[in-house]
Design a protein around this ligand. Structure first.
Ligand code: ATP
Length: 230
């Protein structure tokens, strides 16, 4: 089996009739950690939305986790999302229930039935992000960084083949951003593939990795300047 987890060829991405990105040729292999950078409004979110089926791909070709984005039907989107873990800037946790119940809700919605397995899975993902002991808390009782760690745990529930993180540190202060980034790095070391859109150049310098840039309606790989630590 191919180790390519995402491949776009000559893809164009539109918001309604406006062309946002064209001639997009990108591929991501299993196990990679890839940044997507670019100034505000250059199309990072549009790119991510195309990957999780929120924007249709009508031009060029695209495959993600063995799903053909050109042939994606509305009713297949939940199936695609189950193979992806999506993390947003604003966490998107349900405030009316505890952390555990937030995760329980997702497991139920994605077809899990066995209560013991569900309990185990919730413990396992919360352990990975260091939040197991806080599973009884409500989202509003947690700091932004803790809420984002729970959102990452939620993204891990169905063992995703690829994690798409759209500005996951966008609402966090620099120190908390580093803590969340450490969690993402650890998850990547354990074998998860991650594509992360970010504005945060300090993170890129601290954790250098393959970087794609949106600029002038194009997406291209950039070579990072490395800073010598003294
Ligand atoms: N729902 C929409 N309908 C029409 N145009 C949109 C829509 N959403 C975004 N756009 C336009 O698409 C372009 C790219 O926006 P996008 O949100 O993808 O950029 P971005 O790089 O993620 O920006 P930011 O860093 O500010 O989140 C912008 O010009 C924006 O105005």
């Amino acid at each position: 089996m191919s180790s390519t987890i995402l491949e776009l060829k000559n893809a164009s991405i539109y918001q309604r009739e406006s062309l946002i990105l064209s001639e997009v040729n990108v591929s991501i292999n299993k196990g990679e950690f890839v940044y997507l950078i670019g100034k505000t409004g250059t199309g990072k979110s549009s790119f991510m939305k195309t990957l999780y089926g929120d924007l249709p791909l009508n031009h060029g070709s695209g495959h993600i986790v063995n799903v053909d984005l050109r042939k994606l039907k509305e009713k297949q989107i939940p199936q695609l999302r189950r193979k992806l873990g999506v993390v947003f800037q604003d966490f998107k946790l349900l405030n009316d229930r505890t952390i555990k119940d937030n995760l329980w809700f997702v497991l139920k919605a994605t077809g899990w039935k066995n209560k013991q397995e569900m309990e185990q899975k919730i413990d396992e993902v919360l352990e990975k992000v260091g939040m197991r002991t806080k599973n009884f808390k409500f989202p509003y009782q947690l700091s932004g960084g803790e809420q984002q760690r729970v959102a990452i745990a939620r993204a891990l529930l169905n063992d995703p083949e690829l994690i798409l993180a759209d500005e996951p540190t966008g609402n966090l202060d620099p120190q908390t951003s580093i803590e969340v980034m450490e969690v993402l790095q650890q998850i990547n070391k354990n074998g998860n593939t991650i594509l992360m859109a970010t504005h945060d150049y300090a993170l890129l310098l601290k954790y250098p990795s393959k970087t794609l840039k949106c600029d002038g309606q194009k997406v291209f790989e950039v070579v990072q300047k490395t800073q010598k630590q003294v």
